[in-house]
Write a protein that binds this ligand. Sequence first.
Ligand code: GDP
Ligand code: MN
Length: 394
Amino acid sequence: MIWAVSARLARPVDLYEYQGKQLFARFGIPVSEGRLAGSPEEARAAAEELGGPAVVKAQVLTGGRGKAGGIKLADTPADAEARAEEILGLDIRGHRVRKLWIEKASEIAKEYYLSLTFDRGEKKPLFMFTTQGGVDIEEIAERDPDAIARLHVDPLVGYQPYQGRWLCFRAGVAEPDEQKQVIALMARLYDAFTGADAMLCEINPLIVTPAAEVKALDSKFTVDDNALFRHPDVAGMRDVEAADPQERLAREKDVTYVKLDGDVGILGNGAGLVMSTLDVIDQVGGSPANFCDLGGGGDAEGVVDALEVITSDAAVKAILFNIFGGITRCDEVARGILEALERMTIEEPIVVRLDGTNAEEGRRLLGEAAPANVHVEETMLSAAERVVDLAGAR
Ligand code: GDP
Ligand code: MN
């Protein structure tokens, strides 16, 4: 039995703060009670329900909301309504505020930073913890790198309480009761990270209240879209509206697509081949506009979908098909391309490089029947040179 393995690149999916906090709560991480609001009236009603002072928080998929005026305290429900009026519609670094999270205001004695991310180099989850929270971690890393305690967790063993004790000691958390809460919270963060197949779980700030209660005041939760099939609830949280239009189209058509900033559209079969195609385009002085991975497929349906996504990007001036026939045969892919080009008209020049199983037959088919804008090349290098030339000429 032969298994066709199609490698797919991990695509990070960012969740909103309130969604991350929902997941935190599910895993037992303390968070404040809150409500979602889409209008000033809803913000007022939410603050009334919560009772007491509230904080009105812009829900956008970017950080630094506080500095941008997207986080405001409100003493009364009328205040919450007024703050909501100010924040809704605000543009925070290109992200329009359409939703607010109204949360019971917390009193803050200390602001810490805690995150868990995946360190690809070490192939292990990495904890970062510092008592200098509230500001960007990049800022702390620059100003006082020694203040950040770092610790890798062996994924086969999992998080161990002694690691939490070490992180607390290293970061300088001295209060025993506080240590106890932080160490327990780290265990829950590790559970949330692995349980949701996250790529990043960041709490900044992780606060200590004057009553010595430790809790997550903010959340940055990024999940791996390759694992979303295992978490239908998390998949449902993904905000399709906020995505880039091409990426949205790609998702609808189930095409692996990544936007870049050059002018050559790239289609290949298999993540490894696509990655090396990007390198070769770069090597010959070109620059990719985007890429699509056809995976194991190459049928007309898949080619049409991928071409639709690629050409919906106005920056694309020429397209390179790089196909290595293994289990997928080149003649099949050639037929797929021909059928796709019968169904749709592509203005841009298309360079096709076919190699591997039945490559000659594939090239013959294209040579005989393809429209005039299709150019067949035998090697990856010559194909890259050709497509970069053609893109430059337009
Ligand atoms: P970010 O700016 O996007 O990272 O948003 P945060 O959720 O981290 O909030 C920014 C800052 O607002 C925090 O660092 C706190 O100083 C402040 N803040 C947020 N929530 C509260 C709250 O409940 N009470 C108080 N006093 N300050 C808060
Ligand atoms: Mn924050």
